[in-house]
Design a protein around this ligand. Structure first.
Ligand code: PLP
Ligand code: ZN
Length: 445
């Protein structure tokens, strides 16, 4: 069977189409974003049951590249890529953590956390970057004059771009807001040989510059306004449903910044419904930091209007974005998925991340934002005991040790309720015994 995919303008009234090997990020006619569309009629020649069997057979297998969470679903993602051009680091197939203890604490019978950070560069950005860099490799092999691939980043996109480009032997360029990303995030692209440009601005400022420099067709744009990224990231929802043996959970909670990821989540779930793998849609909750909450403000007005904001400094640095590029796509998804947008203060996100850690996770601050939203929605009765809830954890906590150290040192501007600082003692058995006696009397895990 011939499967086909192409770029299409998201503006229904326009619908301009372009091939996937064209260097284009916005519609030339109306300036809207593009999305990748698939020939669903062709995909329907295989039954829903046969797709599920194929995806299950490939899942985590050693048959390169189909054991990857993305390339195991190749026909739904990038059907016309040649296997020799695929740049895969075995992304996806991440653990769906059963958050049994945290769920019980919150009065939920089923809480799950999808650990997207347990992957090559430590964040979900790998899911989209494998697709984008593979397509670039294919375009270069066809003679496209691409010299480098560039992105603006709050830290994780640049880490993913740099590692996939290094694996492929393609030069990467990353534009980072100076002093606004974690040490681990900064050192990743440096180590992988990216050209690292540190600009004295915020993410929105870097995004403006990268859109200008990628008007030069020899520098290809890797931000999620390039919908190839969304094609990879859309597998996350499909993979979660697969991990539930093809049953749809009731609620997804996902932290949102530039809003590419929630658009991707919705897109994958809609494709599953179109092709008959599922018959109902879950509810989707986007969680934003209060310091960078333009979507939350728009939601309060029923999405009747949207206004960018000046994002303020937040511990959730990867979502410190005031002017999200994918806002239109995200609102379209939220309208179809009975969407909710919730926000979290700095104290709420830090305490929620730490509470989750105490039940066996190791959360990044963005996952903290999602967990804080969960706690608030349970309290308000929007999420109820019988709901099967999945929180999408977007990065590994080890990328954000600065945040964790400051929390447990109580060096933040709020009480840090779950801080667990080390007890400093002289190296004497009696002192250690006395301290343990006291601590074990007082402490409940
Ligand atoms: C990029 C990122 C997000 C936000 O995703 P968007 O697609 O920008 O909404 C959330 N958490 C982490 C850790 C990220 O790196
Ligand atoms: Zn258009």
């Amino acid at each position: 069977m011939e499967y086909r995919a192409w770029f299409q303008c998201i503006n229904e009234g326009c619908g301009a189409v372009h091939p996937l090997n064209q260097i284009i990020y916005r519609c030339e006619r109306c300036q809207s974003l593009l999305e990748v569309r698939h020939d669903l009629e062709a995909l329907r020649h295989r039954s829903a049951a046969a797709w599920m069997k194929l995806f299950d057979d490939r899942y985590r297998s050693n048959q390169w590249p189909y054991g990857s969470g993305i390339w195991g679903k190749k026909e739904w993602v990038l059907p016309n890529i040649k296997d020799e051009n695929i740049v895969s680091l075995y992304e996806g197939c991440t653990n769906l953590f059963w958050a049994e203890r945290l769920g019980k604490l919150l009065g939920l019978s089923e809480l799950w956390v999808k650990l997207c950070g347990n992957t090559h560069s430590g964040s979900f950005k790998d899911l989209g970057m494998t697709v984008l860099v593979s397509q670039v490799k294919q375009m270069i092999s066809e003679g496209a004059p691409i010299k480098a691939v560039a992105c603006a980043s709050t830290g994780d996109t640049s880490a993913a771009l740099a590692t996939y480009c290094a694996a492929a032997g393609i030069q990467s360029i990353v534009l980072l807001p100076k002093g606004k990303i974690s040490t681990a995030q900064l050192v990743q692209p440096i180590a992988n040989g990216a050209l690292v440009l540190s600009l004295d601005t915020d993410f929105d400022g870097c995004m403006k510059v990268v859109q200008e420099i990628t008007k030069d067709p020899t520098i290809y744009l890797a931000n999620s306004m390039n919908s190839l990224r969304v094609e990879g990231q859309k597998t996350v929802g499909i993979e979660i449903v697969q991990q539930f043996d093809w049953e749809v959970p009731d609620v997804f909670i996902i932290p949102g910044g530039n809003l590419g990821n929630v658009s991707a989540l919705g897109s994958g779930l809609l494709m599953m419904r179109e092709l008959g793998l599922i018959h109902r849609l879950p509810r989707i909750v986007v969680a934003q930091a209060q310091k960078a909450n333009p979507l939350y403000r728009s939601y309060q007005k029923g999405f009747a209007e949207f206004a960018p904001v000046q994002a303020e400094k937040t511990l959730a640095s990867a979502i410190q974005i005031g002017n999200p590029v994918s806002v239109q796509k995200a609102i379209r998804v939220l309208k179809q998925f009975d969407g909710v947008v919730e926000e979290a203060t700095e104290e709420e996100l830090a305490d929620a991340a730490a509470l989750g850690d105490r039940t066996g996770m190791f959360n990044c601050p963005h996952t903290g934002v999602a967990l804080a939203a969960l706690i608030k929605l349970v309290r308000r009765g929007v999420i109820q005991k019988q709901h099967r809830v999945v929180v999408i954890s977007t990065a590994h906590g080890l990328k954000f040790t600065d945040f964790k150290v400051r929390y447990h040192d109580k060096a933040l501007e709020f009480p840090c309720r779950h801080a667990n600082p080390p007890i400093e003692l002289p190296p004497r058995v009696d002192a250690v015994k006395a301290a343990l006696d006291k601590a074990l009397r007082e402490r409940v895990v």
